[in-house]
Design a protein around this ligand. Structure first.
Ligand code: KG4
Ligand code: ZN
Length: 342
């Protein structure tokens, strides 16, 4: 009787402001997940500075990879393939991960598998939900993306809706800046919102006339800024906790409503969420409740797998690897890579 051999993927992620490496066994078992965050540096500037991000990635990447191997208790000789995010993201940041991945794959003569960052976020759901299999719907909400995706099969995606302007996380970050909370705004808004009244201020819920599933968040962001300016001009006090809670509710309402409409239209009986904003408790609870009301099974990753990490890239790389996806030594960073593109 032949035993099936384990497949070990070393994954690398450097698309924005986290330098991350992970080792994943057989697609769903995370042996290590090392994340070196640059938040402390970027928060001095109120957001991610691309040039600084690239420089920090190059300083950290080898150390992070070494730690990932050590913590997993493996060496490069045990690794079957290298998975790496090659887009979308900041070009200089992506290039650091791609160059490191290529160097290791070339030196060890093992396959190189380029991964789409959003495919990684979606795949984060497989780590803790061992029973989850496609097809399902996924709401991807991060600092750079807001996508409603139909996951038809492993590696097969149909985008049902997307943001027309700001991403959900971007709106959180901009509103946080306006009320003096600093970067990254999402977790800070969530914390402050706990002390506020979500029904205090009626911020707009944007609906797109010609698309049922697209989003727009620049309107709600402007409404918050106008509200603050109005109060300041009238020399009236305003309550930042109420602003945070009301803004968070407005964003959550639109995300949940569109997501559930799409789920119903396409007959999805499973719904997942992914991306940094998916760690937001109000959004998770709203989605959970909406799914329960419709008899839809709801899935979400733990917060550590919602924000950028390499474990999710390792999971996505495993399924791509098993399907035969291989990239050549000419793999490049693709800052505006589309989901489903190779
Ligand atoms: O997925 P991610 O780490 O990076 C991108 O791919 O963009 O997402 C980062 C975004 C930031 O905009 C951050 O403010 C937001 O996710 N975020 C949150 C929360 N935690 C992170 N937004 C709302 N509530 C949170 N708890
Ligand atoms: Zn991300």
């Amino acid at each position: 009787m032949s035993e099936t051999k384990d497949v070990l993927i070393l994954a690398i992620e450097s698309s924005c402001d986290e330098t991350a490496a992970a080792v994943v066994r057989n697609g769903r078992e995370v042996l290590s997940n090392i994340i070196s965050s640059q938040i402390e540096i970027h928060k001095l500037y109120g957001g991610v500075v691309p040039e600084i991000a690239s420089r920090k990635h190059i300083e950290k990447i080898n150390q992070v990879i070494e730690e990932a191997l050590e913590e997993a208790n493996v060496t490069l000789d045990d690794i079957d393939a290298i998975g790496v995010t090659y887009g979308p993201g900041l070009v200089g940041a992506l290039l650091v991960g791609v160059a490191a991945a290529k160097a290791i794959a070339y030196a060890k003569k093992i396959p190189l598998v380029g991964v789409h960052h959003i495919e990684g976020h979606i795949s984060a759901n497989y780590i803790e939900n061992k029973e989850l299999e496609p097809p399902f719907a996924c709401l991807v909400v991060s600092g750079g993306h807001t996508h409603l995706v139909r996951v038809k099969d492993y590696g097969e995606y149909e985008i049902l809706g997307r943001t027309r302007d700001d991403a959900a996380g971007e709106a959180f970050d901009k509103v946080a800046r306006a009320i003096g909370l600093g970067y990254p705004g999402g977790p800070k808004i969530e914390k402050l919102a706990k002390e506020g009244n979500p029904d205090a201020i009626a911020f707009p819920r944007a609906h797109i006339a010609d698309s049922q599933y697209d989003f727009s968040f620049s309107g709600v962001k402007s409404a918050v800024l106008n509200y603050i300016n109005g109060c300041e001009m009238r020399k009236e006090e305003y309550n930042c906790a109420d602003i945070a809670a009301s803004f968070q509710k407005a964003v959550t309402d639109v995300l949940t409503e569109n997501a559930m409409r799409a789920g119903e239209e396409f007959g999805m009986d499973k719904f997942a969420i992914a991306g940094g904003v998916a760690s937001n408790g109000t959004l998770r609870n709203a989605m959970k409740e909406a799914c329960e009301n419709k008899g839809v099974k709801f899935y979400h990753p733990s917060p550590i797998y919602c924000t950028d990490n390499a474990a999710m890239i390792g999971v996505a790389a495993y399924y791509e690897y098993m399907k035969g996806t291989r990239h050549g030594w000419d793999l490049n960073a693709v800052p505006n890579l589309k989901l489903g593109e190779r």
